[in-house]
Every structure is written in C-alpha cells, then in structure tokens.
Ligand binder design. Structure first.
Ligand code: HEM
Length: 150
C-alpha cells in the first residue's frame, strides 16, 4: 500500500499541477467503526476495478478553526461513514493528507471500482455533498480515470 502519493509534474516546464499526500493516522474513527470498516472494505488493486476517481479536496478556514470534537460532530452528523459503508465493498478507497505538506489541497482521496459501480459512486458523491460536512469543502476537483487493457 502506497504511503505517499505524488503526482509531480515539476520536471515538465510550465507545470500547473502538483499533488502530494501522505497516508496518516485516523482522526475521527472509533475502534468499533474501524472494525466495521475492516470487515466490509476491500483493498485497492482489484482486477475488476478498471475505473478510478482522484478527488483532491480543500476544507475552509472555518473547518480548521474548529476544535477536534467540533469537527468530529460535523463529520458524524453528516453521516459520512454510514453513507460510505453503503458502497462497500464495491468501492475501494484510500485517503492521503496534504495539508501539513503545505499543498493547495488538504486531502487527496482515491477510489477504485468496476465500471458497473460508477453510477452508485456518483450517487454516493451526491449524498455526501448534501451533508453539512461539505459546507466546509471550499474546493473539490473530480478526476476520473479508466485503466486500459494492457
Ligand atoms: C467509499 C466510501 C467511503 C467511506 C467508507 C469513507 C470513510 C471515511 C472515514 C472512515 C473517514 C475518517 C478517517 C479518519 O478517521 O481520519 C473519512 C474521511 C474522509 N473522507 Fe471518506 N469515505 C468514503 C467516501 C468518501 C468520498 C467519496 C469522499 C470525497 C468525495 C471522501 C472524502 C473524505 C475526506 C476528505 C476525508 C477526510 C476528512 C477530514 O479529515 O476532515 N470520502 N472517510
């Protein structure tokens, strides 16, 4: 499992994008929630997962100004985890943190799924974006990828 994700186009002249993130400890997940996740999720790299989404996300200053317990409350009230669990194991995921690296985005989120799961994935996005937690998302870019047949 990659600990770092670096999509670095520094080498090419005129580069506009550089995305870097590191995997980190859990911030908002209880032991019980982690066990539930572990029982239901599957890892990255499944043969059938020929589609992926890379979604860099930035949260607002208001979010970062809150105390940890206040952020957990918003996360919890928005049902981020219960919504996400509805789409496992169809969607496999990985979260990278970028904020402490001084990046433009706070997080790089990565998802892999089979083509027939894409509509469900889009439905999950709509549900998450309707949550109060997303009121604190001030920038989000949805990049979709398809793996070709080698
Ligand atoms: C596939 C289903 C999903 C599940 C099971 C899931 C689960 C989780 C969990 C458990 C956390 C908390 C990690 C921690 O304790 O620090 C988390 C954080 C996060 N998730 Fe999801 N998630 C899912 C989908 C998504 C999607 C589709 C997005 C973006 C469009 C997303 C964006 C994020 C972000 C940005 C965080 C970090 C929040 C923060 O630290 O402020 N998640 N997710």
């Amino acid at each position: 499992m990659a600990r770092f994700l670096a999509l670095d186009s520094d080498a090419s002249e005129g580069a506009v994008w550089r995305l870097r993130g590191a995997s980190s400890n859990l911030r908002y997940t209880t032991a019980l929630e982690r066990a539930t996740l572990q029982a239901r999720q599957e890892g990255l790299g499944r043969v059938a997962s020929t589609r992926a989404a890379l979604i860099p996300i930035r949260k607002s200053a208001e979010w970062w100004d809150m105390a940890q317990d206040e952020r957990r409350l918003v996360y919890e009230r928005g049902s981020h985890l219960p919504i996400g669990l509805d789409y496992l194991p169809g969607v496999a995921r990985k979260l990278y943190h970028s904020r402490d690296l001084g990046e433009n985005f706070d997080f790089l989120t990565w998802f892999e799924f089979a083509p027939e799961q894409e509509a469900a994935f889009d439905h999950m996005l709509a549900r998450l974006r309707a949550c109060a937690e997303w009121d604190y998302v001030d920038r989000e870019v949805d990049i979709r990828l398809t793996r070709g047949i080698a």
